[in-house]
Design a protein around this ligand. Structure first.
Ligand SMILES: Nc1ncnc2c1ncn2[C@@H]1O[C@H](COP(=O)(O)OP(=O)(O)OP(=O)(O)O)[C@@H](O)[C@H]1O
Length: 288
C-alpha cells in the first residue's frame, strides 16, 4: 500500500533522508515519532506528493505521489500542521470539496462536527485556532480516503478535544484506513495506535506493531533503586524522584506494558537495546 525504497531527500544542502525505506501493507493507525527536525512532516509531505524525492521511489496505492495523478489525489488526504481553510462554513466546504473524494460521507462529517461541538453553519473565519483544527480534522476523517496523513493533529486541541479526536479515530468506520499520525503527544495517543514508526538520523529506526513491542519489552515504574536493580534486562531507566521509570526486555510470555513516552526515550538514548529486544522476540517466535 505504501512503499518507500531507497529514498534520499534534502532541503538544498540540508540532507534529511538517505537510503530511507518504509513498507506499510496493512491498514491501521501508525504513530510516526522522531525528534524535532527528524523529518516527520517532510515524510508526510513526500507521501502526499507535496515534496519530491531527490532519489529513490515512493509508491502509495500504486501511484507515484510526485506525479499527483487525480486518482492518487482522490485516495490520499493530508492535514499539515499549518493549513489554511477558506472563510466558508463547514456545510459550504463540504459542498465545494467533498466531490473530490468518492467515499466522502456527509453524515459522518455532520456527526464528527457534532462530536467536536462545532456548528456546520459557522464560518472558519469566526473560529478559534483549535476549532479550525477540529473542523479540518472532521472533514479529513469524513473523506474516507484509504490513506490519511495527519501532522500533529492534537496540537492546539484542549483536553476534551483530544478525547473527541481519539474517539473518532477509534470508531469502526475508520478501521479500513491507513492513518499516519505524526505526533509528540505519545502518551495522549498511544491508546489508538496499532503501529509505531520511529524516524531517526535519516533512517527508519523502528517499525513495529503494538503487540510486537509488548512481547519484546515491558515498561513501568520501580518503587526505588533497590527495586530497579531487580529488573532484568534493563534497556533504559530514568529517575522520577525516589522512583525509577524503566524499559526492560520482556522475559515472560505475557505481553508487557507499553508506554510510548518511555519507549521514545529508550529509542532516543539506547536504540540498540530496543532493537536487540525486538530481534530477540522475533527469533523466539521464529522457533515456535
Ligand atoms: N521548507 C523548508 N526549507 C528548508 N528546510 C526545511 C524546510 N522544512 C523543514 N526543513 C528542515 O528539515 C528538517 C526536518 O523538518 P520537519 O519539519 O520535517 O521535521 P519534524 O520531524 O516534523 O520536526 P518537528 O517535530 O519539530 O515538527 C529540519 O531540520 C527543518 O529545519
Amino acid at each position: 500500500m505504501i512503499r518507500v525504497n531507497d529514498l534520499s531527500f534534502a532541503y538544498r544542502k540540508n540532507k534529511l533522508y538517505e537510503r530511507f525505506n518504509l513498507q506499510i501493507d496493512e491498514p491501521g493507525v501508525y504513530g510516526v515519532f522522531g525528534r524535532n527536525g527528524s523529518g516527520k512532516s517532510t515524510l508526510l509531505k513526500l507521501l502526499a506528493g507535496l515534496l519530491f524525492p531527490r532519489r529513490g521511489r515512493i509508491e502509495v496505492r500504486g501511484f507515484e505521489p510526485r506525479r499527483r495523478h487525480p486518482d492518487f489525489l482522490a485516495q490520499v488526504y493530508i492535514v499539515p500542521e499549518e493549513f489554511h481553510l477558506p472563510d466558508l462554513s463547514a456545510t459550504r466546504l463540504a459542498q465545494t470539496q467533498a466531490g473530490f473524494y468518492a467515499a466522502f460521507s456527509a453524515e459522518a462529517f455532520a456527526e464528527y462536527l457534532d462530536i467536536f461541538e462545532l456548528s456546520a453553519q459557522q464560518t472558519f473565519g469566526q473560529m478559534s485556532l483549535g476549532q479550525k483544527k477540529k473542523a479540518a480534522m472532521a472533514f479529513a476523517l469524513a473523506t474516507f480516503t484509504p490513506v490519511l496523513l495527519l501532522d500533529e493533529p492534537t496540537n492546539g486541541l484542549d483536553i476534551l478535544g483530544r478525547d473527541q479526536f481519539k474517539n473518532i479515530v477509534a470508531r469502526p468506520e475508520q478501521r479500513s484506513r491507513t492513518i499516519l499520525i505524526s505526533t509528540h503527544q505519545a502518551h495522549d495517543l498511544e491508546r489508538i495506535m496499532s503501529h509505531i514508526l520511529f524516524v531517526d538520523s535519516a533512517t527508519l529506526a523502528l517499525s513495529a506493531t503494538l503487540p510486537e513491542l509488548a512481547a519484546a519489552m515491558t515498561m513501568g515504574v520501580a518503587a526505588d533503586a533497590e527495586a530497579l536493580a531487580e529488573v532484568d534486562g534493563l534497556i533504559y531507566h530514568e529517575a522520577m524522584g525516589e522512583q525509577w521509570a524503566f524499559v526492560a526486555e520482556n522475559a515472560s510470555s505475557t505481553p508487557g506494558a507499553v508506554h510510548l513516552e518511555l519507549l521514545y526515550k529508550a529509542l532516543s538514548r539506547n536504540k540498540a537495546g530496543v532493537l536487540a529486544a525486538l530481534q530477540a522476540t522475533d527469533q523466539e517466535s521464529a522457533h515456535v
